[in-house]
Design a binder for this molecule. Structure first.
Ligand SMILES: *[C@@H]1O[C@H](CO)[C@@H](O)[C@H](O)[C@H]1NC(C)=O
Ligand SMILES: *[C@@H]1O[C@H](CO)[C@@H](O)[C@H](O)[C@H]1NC(C)=O
Ligand SMILES: *[C@@H]1O[C@H](CO)[C@@H](O)[C@H](O)[C@H]1NC(C)=O
Ligand SMILES: *[C@@H]1O[C@H](CO)[C@@H](O)[C@H](O)[C@H]1NC(C)=O
Ligand SMILES: *[C@@H]1O[C@H](CO)[C@@H](O)[C@H](O)[C@H]1NC(C)=O
Length: 375
């Protein structure tokens, strides 16, 4: 069943070597690492709107859980804070409340991100089905955003004063689709371009909606190397490995996704020259850590902290973190991976540092800060 398409293998090699030669010099400065990271960007933005999947969700899926929106244990997507939380910290604004939290104070922004709706039944289904659900997930967030503008943010305001509000906000689009890519069985499918194009297409629709609403500062995260996660590794055959020990097929699909996404962002920049649109290079930030884990205080680059089965990955799709028979490691801070699919707080902290302070956004995050503060 497993077959390789030679042309995409070549594309993969091309993409992979371009990654190998990309290494921001600042990332090699050991004194930049660990502990308390961020520069403080206090007072630059007072409001953030966030979108994404379980990598960015700070509670929406959990609040929806009762309504059978999701069928997986969503409580345990991390042992602590996410990249979005560290972003809020460095901007000195309160953690973003999830949109579904009815009692929240949304004066510093809203988190619309919601963990993947496909659930774990998803990994047994075919791709087109998974992506239908993924698009539903994204459309839900767009609908929530519009509803929020109508009922809260812009209520009783003129169009121009509403637009002015949005112009001053930071829009953060976390990775979209890790859940779904993570649930794919890489061994049984060759890479399907339609899948990637569709996923980028929906992200672009979201970006367009934001631009149309007046958004001026937008950061779009790429996808992490899903082939380096226990879920990606365990669902691909042993011979399907790249130089880093990650699942080659899964990673090549992710790289193509990120490559297409960056091209689309370049088009948006051309078309909207007065807006600031950044690509947050999650892939290279993750790989920088993975290639030198001990520098970032990690001892377990591949093994899930919470899971079952032990061994190299401590991961079993039928026994996910939180279910009976699973256990949690003593020191999640030494693990990159939390539950086989999501990352630990320690890893999100390092990633946030690389993205915000160490040049892993393109253009760099400081440029966005400069533009916002009129410097
Ligand atoms: C590393 O970063 C520290 C703190 O930012 C700086 O003082 C030092 O000069 C840097 N070292 C190198 C080799 O770049
Ligand atoms: C999930 O969170 C809720 C509320 O915090 C809690 O009641 C429930 O026991 C948790 N479920 C799991 C599987 O941990
Ligand atoms: C919401 O939070 C802001 C500052 O974060 C505060 O000024 C405001 O009074 C709060 N609103 C309510 C209703 O608590
Ligand atoms: C900052 O704003 C200027 C003027 O609008 C724009 O030309 C420039 O491209 C922006 N910088 C970035 C990094 O987007
Ligand atoms: C995963 O867990 C299931 C359910 O306990 C078990 O039957 C199966 O053998 C496990 N798979 C592996 C590879 O350990």
């Amino acid at each position: 069943m497993y077959k390789r398409n030679p042309s995409y293998v070549i594309l993969f090699i091309a993409l992979f070597s371009s990654f190998l030669f990309f290494s921001p010099s600042s990332a090699h400065n050991k004194s930049h690492q660990a502990s308390s990271l961020h520069k403080s960007y206090k007072g630059i933005f007072s409001k953030i709107y966030a979108f994404g999947d379980s990598y960015t969700d700070t509670g929406n899926a959990q609040l929806l859980a009762g309504s059978s929106y999701t069928n997986k244990p969503i409580n345990q997507s991390c042992d602590g804070r996410l990249v979005i939380d560290f972003l809020c910290e460095s901007l000195s604004i309160p953690p973003l409340p999830p949109y579904k939290s009815t009692s929240a104070n949304f004066s510093s922004g809203v988190n619309f991100a919601v963990a993947g709706s496909s659930g774990f039944a998803g990994h047994k289904t075919s791709h087109p089905l998974i992506w239908k659900e993924e698009s539903a997930n994204l459309q839900t967030q767009v609908a929530w955003f519009k509803k929020f503008l109508e009922e809260v943010e812009c209520k009783g305001k003129t169009t121009s004063s509403c637009q002015a509000e949005l112009e001053n906000a930071l829009f953060w689009i976390g990775p979209m689709g890790v859940d779904d890519y993570g649930h794919s069985i890489w061994s049984s499918i060759s890479h399907d371009m339609r899948l990637t194009e569709m996923s980028v297409h929906y992200i672009c629709k979201l970006i367009q909606t934001l631009l149309d609403s007046g958004a001026k500062y937008i950061v779009v995260q790429g996808l992490p190397p899903v082939g380096c996660l226990p879920c990606g590794l365990s669902s691909s055959p042993m011979h399907d490995r790249d130089k880093t020990g990650c699942a080659a097929t899964a990673n090549s699909a992710i790289m193509i996704h990120n490559q297409i996404l960056q091209k689309k962002l370049a088009d948006f920049r051309t078309k909207y020259a007065t807006r600031t649109i950044l690509y947050a290079d999650y892939w290279n930030a993750y790989m920088t850590i993975l290639m030198n884990p001990t520098k970032f205080n990690f001892q377990e680059p591949f093994k899930a902290c919470c899971g079952a089965g032990g061994g190299k990955l401590n991961f079993n799709f039928s026994l996910l973190c939180g279910s009976k028979g699973t256990s949690t490691c003593d020191d999640p801070g030494k693990y990159i991976n939390w539950d086989g699919i999501h990352l630990t707080e320690a890893m999100y902290r390092q990633l946030a540092n690389l993205l915000l302070n160490q040049g892993f956004c393109q253009p760099v995050f400081d440029k966005l800060i400069q533009n916002k503060s009129g410097m």
